[in-house]
Write a protein that binds this ligand. Structure first.
Ligand SMILES: [Ca+2]
Ligand SMILES: [Ca+2]
Length: 265
């Protein structure tokens, strides 16, 4: 019960929290703006850029990782149009890799980030043609009317990279944290973001841990872990559960995560 009363205290005093449904997406009217590092362009809640050099498809994936992102695949006509404009500004005759391929099974297209759904594919006329029986990697090209073409994976092109935008909170506003709940609004106990700790220490509770996170510029979320002897460990994380879904896991000890809201726009 002590834990619960702290939770309610935090709602009133420090952090305007909202119950969320199996997500740490926290819509809020507080002023938040998305921002991108230099050389990246903001669209929605993500940042996009082209690699500065040309690579084969596999190396292009690495090049995107090296600049802090991953190779991008558009998920909607609007996103495709944004990416086309980005490439066009740079080179009117562009041909740029996206993160789609049919290397495993010919004709079965997979796009990174679109698992479990039908991939978004806008093929150019007469594409995909698997030319010479060996075209398994997808590019968008000016020459193909700004639509998709399957190409030889060892061909050399620039690539689209994408990364999350940072949420920049206006300085007068307190930083906000959301707690994930199940569909009934119950707090998801024993679910935490693992392997992202910047530092950890024994804490009095949620308010103290939340304040420590608010004062640490790299902190994006925090875990409260209860040890067997009843101590509470505050763990400051440099990521959120939406940025690393795989590491947002059930634990076999008492653990709750509070996450900085994601930018809604
Ligand atoms: Ca193919
Ligand atoms: Ca082709």
């Amino acid at each position: 019960m002590a834990f619960m009363s702290e939770f309610f205290a935090i709602v009133v005093a420090v952090l305007s929290m909202r119950a969320l449904s199996e997500s740490d997406f926290c819509p809020s009217r507080s002023p938040v703006k998305s921002s991108c590092p230099p050389e990246w362009q903001l669209w929605g809640s993500a940042c996009y850029r082209l690699t500065s050099s040309k690579y084969n498809w596999e190396d292009a994936k690495t090049a995107c990782h090296d600049v802090g992102g991953k190779m991008a695949a558009p998920r909607s006509p609007e996103e495709l149009n944004f990416m086309v404009d980005l490439a066009r500004k740079d080179d009117s005759q562009y041909r740029v890799w996206i993160a789609c391929n049919d290397r495993d099974v010919e004709g079965a297209w997979e796009c990174d980030g679109q698992e479990g759904v039908e991939p978004f594919l806008e093929w150019a006329d007469e594409q995909p043609d698997n030319w010479e029986g060996n075209q398994d990697c997808v590019a968008i090209a000016a020459w193909h009317n700004h639509r998709m073409d399957d190409g030889h994976c060892d061909g050399s092109n620039r690539a689209f990279c994408v990364r999350h935008a940072a949420c920049a909170h206006l300085s007068t506003q307190p930083r906000q944290y959301c707690v994930s709940t199940d569909t009934h609004g119950r707090i998801l106990n024993s679910t935490c973001l693992l392997d992202h700790s910047i530092r950890e220490f024994i804490t009095k509770g949620v308010v103290a841990c939340g304040s420590a996170c608010a004062q640490e510029p790299r902190c994006r979320s925090f875990n409260i872990k209860k040890t067997e002897d009843g101590k509470r460990i505050c763990q400051l994380n440099n990521s959120t559960s939406s940025e690393d879904k795989e590491k947002f896991q059930k634990t076999d000890y008492f653990c709750t995560m509070y996450s900085e809201e994601m930018c809604s726009d």
